[in-house]
Design a protein around this ligand. Structure first.
Ligand code: PLP
Length: 418
């Protein structure tokens, strides 16, 4: 079949498609596979109970259920949820937002697709405009989202070594170039895959850069502030009319309901509303309805702060302790775990590529993600890409630690073989 260039860009060669296929097949072949690979959130009993209770309430109140499943909603998204969220953000965080600043999408993955292609790509005069990722490693899920080729341009992170076993990435502002060909700047905060949280100062500088060039700064807060708040270091949630914050209900424990949230100026919200109508008629109302009472009561912020964040922080620290023990004597560094649900491991001088390590680990029943996938838009190769892996630590501790032990053993053997 003759697919258009746009159609071909969704084909099996896209990195994320290959990776998700591979993860799915590996898990289907071996049901005991230790899944430290994909992006599934953990199972947090307090949140699960809360969602189940709310579901029961929706079922018991026949009218709400019938409206939920029996009617199309607004293309901007569930109106009561949007009203309640805007109020909460204004009251609790002081953001100057109303319902005109909020739109919902079917997951924040589709939010970034819409934003990147609405801002980037050829402009009205046919000039290419690109999305700047000022710090790579960055989220693999962006890599294939451009409807036009070469949508992204990015810079390598500056590496700051911390003590004997950790490190932190910083934006290398000397390498970041913003010119008329840049349509928007985008960062995930916390960063997937590294768990890095860009500092308030870095965010401040990026905001200034974006404002100076009259382009938006997109902050992908899928793990971040204010919800689900998986941030272990001091960091301020920021928004103004030039900032686009993307949030999601997924990492709160609801990836299956596909609810993404965009906070932006009314012009962007109108454009997203139009795209929602054209692509989907409306967004799914199920997620917003499940989380509505939590937003109206403000519990969503309290649960993020008091339950979700501590759940992941404890797991992160336990995983780091396990690795520091198991990897003793092997060259390794762990990105300081500042948030999100991953550890990013760097093995300086690793005698095999991260891809080869991934294959060996898969053969031993452990799924991770090799690091080279996480550098969208980076023009030059960088040996560092092939020395890192991403590990999801959000599943059951026993299984995560069993997986970490096998990773450490495999890496130790690789260095011993040289
Ligand atoms: N942004 C980041 C940084 C992510 O890691 C993910 C998913 O893992 C998403 C966006 C998309 O999340 P969802 O579409 O489930 O809201």
């Amino acid at each position: 079949m003759n697919l258009s260039r746009f159609g071909q860009s969704f084909g099996p060669d896209a990195g994320i498609v290959q990776l998700m296929d591979d993860l799915g097949q590996a898990a289907a072949v071996n049901r005991d596979m230790l899944m430290l690979g994909g992006g599934n959130p953990g199972q947090i009993p307090q949140l699960q109970q809360r969602f189940r209770a709310r579901m029961q309430q929706i079922l018991d109140d026949g009218q709400t259920f019938d409206r939920l499943v029996g009617q199309y909603g607004s293309p901007q998204g569930h109106p009561q949820f949007i009203e309640a969220l805007a109020l909460l953000l204004a009251d609790e965080l002081g953001w100057p937002v109303t319902a005109r600043n909020v739109a919902l999408t079917n997951g924040s993955q589709s939010a970034s697709f819409m934003l990147f292609n609405m801002l980037g790509g050829s402009d009205a005069q046919g000039r290419p405009r690109r999305i700047l990722l000022p710090l790579t490693p960055e989220y693999i899920g962006y890599a294939d989202q451009g409807a036009e080729p070469n949508l992204f341009v990015s810079s390598r992170a500056h590496i700051e070594l911390l003590g004997e076993t950790q490190f932190k990435y910083r934006v290398d502002f000397d390498a970041v170039r913003v010119d008329a060909g840049i349509a928007a700047i985008c960062v995930s905060r916390p960063t997937n895959p590294t768990g890095n949280v860009l500092t308030d100062q870095e965010i401040g500088t990026l905001r200034d850069l974006a404002a100076t060039h009259r382009i938006p700064l997109i902050i992908d807060s899928a793990y971040g502030l204010p919800v689900p708040g998986i941030v272990f270091v001091a960091a301020a949630p920021v928004w103004d009319e030039n900032v686009i914050v993307c949030m999601s209900l997924s990492k709160l424990g609801l990836p299956g309901v596909r609810t993404g949230i965009i906070i932006a100026c009314p012009e962007i919200i109108r454009a997203i509303t139009g795209m929602n109508a054209i692509m989907n008629l409306t967004t799914g109302g199920f997620g917003p309805e499940l989380a509505l009472d939590m937003v109206q009561s403000g519990d969503i912020l309290r649960l993020s702060r008091d339950v979700v964040r501590p759940f992941y922080e404890r797991k992160a620290l336990a995983a780091v302790a396990r690795l520091e023990h198991d990897l003793a004597g092997v060259p390794f560094r762990i990105h300081r775990p500042e948030g999100a649900i991953f550890l990013w491991l760097w093995f300086p001088g690793l005698p095999m590529s991260a891809r080869a390590l991934y294959e060996r680990l898969k053969a031993r029943g452990v799924l991770i993600i090799p690091g080279h996938h996480f550098f969208p838009g980076l023009a030059q190769d960088w040996p560092h890409r092939h020395e890192c892996i991403r590990v999801n630590y959000s599943q059951d501790d026993e299984r995560v630690h069993a997986g970490l032990r096998i990773i450490a053993d495999e890496v130790r053997q690789a260095f011993a073989r040289g």
